[in-house]
Design a protein around this ligand. Sequence first.
Ligand code: B12
Length: 254
Amino acid sequence: MSAPTSGPIIRPYGDTTGDGMVQLSFTLPVPHDKRAEGAALQLAAKMGLDPAMLVHAKQLGDGYTFFVVYGSVRHLVDVSAVQVVERDFPLLSAKEVNAAVRRRLRRKLSVVGACIGTDAHTVGIDAILNVKGIAGEKGLEYYRELRVTNLGAQVGVPDLVAAARTEKADAVLVSQVVTQRDAHLHNTREMAAAFREAFPARRRPLLVVGGPRFDELMAQELGVDRIFGRGTTPREVASYLVHALITRREVVAA
Ligand code: B12
């Protein structure tokens, strides 16, 4: 394999450099037969795969077929035009997080977490909050100077607001995994609006949402302070809390 292209203009790589080969999968609401395979190739052609090859087709229950197609696209990617949310705070160790909270806040930093709406996917928020953590990192409960209240799954927004008040939350951490009908976006907007209504601006807890299918660029639009996506680790979240609740406020106050 030759060295990867460094950009700024790149094309997908399949068999040979710059051949534009991509693979994609989808399901069509038709039983598996020759006509269904033709329909899959027609869709692929309309999406710009030329030529497109069918590499896999399997019927899923009654009247649905899953396809994998492989083909070449002509589209180019301008790497210099890619927009992402870069980490704009230093990554701290647990010791540094605890020291910053102890020295500058002089009390424990209160974190309230939950999965809101009908979402019952707690593995993500538990990975961030519970001691067991994820990817070899301990969760926020491990940090001595953080007081963590994990409300679990399917928490209603009014209950979350009430818990944030009772726990004098500095930060509220919400997880949304289900994205059907944009539930994650609706729930996040509802949650952000409820906190704005319930708290004066200077008293409102920091609002953080996370989940695998969020666009991290949407924080402002959704009314939250930060969005964390796939593969987030507890250390990143703890470091962000110190940055947003302690370091950045000191800089603003100075
Ligand atoms: C496990 C699982 C379940 C378990 C959940 C058990 C539990 N206690 O959580 C059970 C079996 C209950 C379940 C049920 C359902 N599930 Co399910 N489930 C999954 C599965 C296989 C894994 C999710 C997971 O645990 N990931 C591991 C964690 C660690 O990753 P994560 O959530 O992304 O979290 C990380 C980051 O996103 C981030 N993060 C997440 N939250 C937060 C929050 C904050 C504050 C921060 C900072 C970071 C952060 O940090 C985490 C660590 O890195 C996924 C498919 C998949 N492979 O992802 C489907 C999936 C999420 N489920 C799905 C569906 C459809 C359902 C059901 C509707 C199925 C049904 N018809 O009944 C129900 C819904 C139940 C409900 N009311 O919510 C769909 C969602 C599709 C969509 N577009 O919304 C998926 C994608 C499967 C699929 N491909 O169809 N599910």
